[in-house]
Design a protein around this ligand. Structure first.
Ligand code: XIL
Length: 315
């Protein structure tokens, strides 16, 4: 059972995985990642972010991102760009601020148009703006919002659109998978961008979940955005647990993966799912959430877990 083969047979554009440059020296890992029956799409976990691509103002470095892009091309896989504008993993020359509105506008335009332009023709979809909201639905008070207010979102989207008109332009966010203030804030932003004629094609649902806590209204949440004429995708799926893993937790995790895939499958505008790396060996979870892990469908030895079978059953 190969995930991308099953997914594309259902009409999805891809089933994919995130990856990161340091992992590409692991030949057993790369062999599974590069099987385009298993994964028809990859996302760079870090190497297209601002700190990696423009570490100093006007100095662009694409070696890490290019390595992922050539891997995708060689494998015949789609590529998601991640990301142009985000409050995190910013070089200090940006995050320290001190720019007036016109200067920061120009900095965002140069960054987005240069990075998106560099990968023109190679990207299925770009996370142009990542994580703009706090969990209570207020705007994150990062350098972008503090200087430009919400206008920074349209500035980034317009610049990306000009640089690669064929790429699908996304806003990517977490904790929007269930009804609530943050989801409402994003729905309102979409409508205001659409009223202004700003280019926007899709919404990424990150879906960093906890075992036993997958929202029951995930499908309904996806449909609120497709009802506005957008496509949606699950962009960073993983489902973590408090360690150690047990048979019971792994069984619940299987059910949880199955529910997420079934929700995307049930929504005609849900174009695909990306897991935030396929193996526990390289998951970001243990280093970010203390005491938690085992979030991926393959274990640390690159062996499939019950979660993998859950995905297969839902496809
Ligand atoms: C994570 C990477 O996986 C880690 O390697 C890095 O140390 C921190 O960022 N939401 C996002 C991703 O949009 O960019 C994050 O990726 C995970 C949370």
């Amino acid at each position: 059972s190969e995930l991308n083969t099953l997914a594309t047979a259902l009409g999805w554009k891809y089933f994919g995985s995130a990856t990161d440059n340091p992992e590409l020296t692991d030949t057993a890992y790369v062999a599974i990642l590069s099987d385009n029956g298993m994964f028809g799409q990859i996302t760079p976990g870090n190497s297209m972010k601002w700190d990696a691509t423009e570490p100093e103002r006007g100095t662009f470095t694409f070696s890490g991102g290019d390595a992922i892009a050539s891997l995708a091309e060689g494998n015949g896989q789609l590529l998601r760009g991640h990301n142009c504008v985000w409050y995190n993993q910013l070089p200090s020359w940006v995050s320290s601020g001190g720019f007036d509105a016109a200067t920061l506008t120009s900095i965002i335009q140069t960054h987005c148009s240069t990075v998106v332009g560099h990968y023109k023709g190679q990207i299925y979809s770009w996370d142009v703006v990542n994580e703009p909201f706090n969990d209570d639905g207020t705007w994150r008070t990062d350098v972008f919002f503090n200087t430009l207010g919400e206008d920074y979102v349209g500035i980034a989207l317009e610049a990306a659109s000009g640089a690669d008109p064929a790429a699908k332009l996304y806003i990517n966010e977490y904790n929007i998978e269930s009804a609530g203030a943050k989801q409402t804030a994003l729905l309102n932003l979409v409508q205001s961008l659409q009223s202004a004629g700003t280019p926007l094609d899709g919404i990424g649902f990150q879906c960093h979940f906890i075992v036993g806590e997958v929202p029951t209204d995930l499908q309904a949440s996806l449909e609120k955005f497709t009802a506005l004429g957008l496509e949606v995708a699950i962009t960073e799926l993983d489902i973590r647990m408090t360690l150690p893993s047990t048979d019971a937790l792994l069984a619940q995790q299987k059910t949880d993966y199955e529910s997420v895939i079934a929700a995307c499958r049930a929504v005609s505008g849900c174009v695909g799912t990306t897991i935030w790396d396929y193996t526990d060996k390289y998951s970001w979870v243990p280093s970010t959430f203390s005491g938690q892990g085992a979030a991926c469908p393959w274990d640390e030895n690159l062996v499939t877990k019950p979660a993998f079978d859950g995905i297969v059953s839902a496809l």
